[in-house]
Write a protein that binds this ligand. Sequence first.
Ligand code: SF4
Ligand code: SF4
Length: 290
Amino acid sequence: MSMGFDACGFAAAVAVDDEAVARYDRWIDQGRNGCMQWAAGHRDLRRDPALLLEGARTVISLAMNYYPVTCQPPGALRVAYYAYGRDYHEVLREKMTRLAHFIEEITHCTTRPCVDSAPIRERYWAQRAGLGFIGRNNCLILPGKGSYYFLGEIVTTAQLPPDEPCTLSCGDCGKCVAACPTGALGDEGAADCRRCLSCLLIENHDEELPEWARDVMGDRVVGCDECQLACPHNAHAAATQIEDFALTEAVKNLSRDRIEAMTSGEFKRTFAHSAISRLRFKTLRRNAKI
Ligand code: SF4
Ligand code: SF4
C-alpha cells in the first residue's frame, strides 16, 4: 500500500524526556510563544502520549514532502510554500486515517491519528523515531532531504519495534539565524514567536502589526520561508509528488488588487480547501495592505 509518505519511523510512547519538557516550559514561561496562545495549554498531554490514547505503546511519525514543483511568479504577493496547494490537514488526515485503519486491521490495536489535532510534540517524536533532527530554524530536518515536510503522528496501542533516534545536529552552521529578517532565531533553540513573521502574519489578528514588522515583511502575506530557504539541507530539495500540494491559480496570482476586491464570501470559497482559510479574511487584508 503506497500513500505518498516520504519517511516513517517508530518511537516507544513513553513520557517526553525531562530536558525537552524543561526547554518547552522555559519557552512558554518566557512568553516566546507570542500570539500562539494555544501552545501554552495542555502541557500535561504534551508530556505523555499515553494521555492521548489509553494504553499507547508506539508513536508512529510520518513525513510528507511539500516542496513545490513551481513557485509563484515575481510580483505576486508571497505565500509560504506550505500553503501553495490544498490544506495539508485535509490531505494528511485522509491518508493517515486510511493508514490507521490498516494498522488496526492487521494488529487489532487502537490508533489515534494526529495532524495538528492533538497536543503532541511532533518534531520531538519525529527525532525520537529517527526521521531527522530539529534544526536551529525550528524545523525538522530530514538528512539528505531537507525540511519542507509536513509531519503527522499515529499514536497506537500496537507494540512496534522502535527506531534509533536521530543524533545529528546543525553543528556550527547558523545560516538561518543570519537570514531571519527579524532576529527571531536565537541561541535558545526555539524561535521567539513575538518576532517571527510567520507567526505574526498567520496567528496575530490585531488590526495593526507592529511598525518594525511592517518595515521588514516586504510582499509576504502568508508565512515566511526565509530560514528554510537559507538552510543548506534544502539546497537540493526534491519536488513533491503529491499533486494536492501544487501551486493553485488563486495563490499563483495573488495580488493586492485581488484581495482588496474580494468579499468575505469569495475568500471563503476561494480558500475553502487551502491552509490560507485558517487566516482570517481581515488578517489577509491587513497583511496585503501593508
Ligand atoms: S519564519 Fe521568517 S521570521 Fe520566522 S524565524 Fe524563520 S526567517 Fe525568521
Ligand atoms: S541553516 Fe544551518 S543552523 Fe539553520 S537549520 Fe539549517 S543547518 Fe541548522
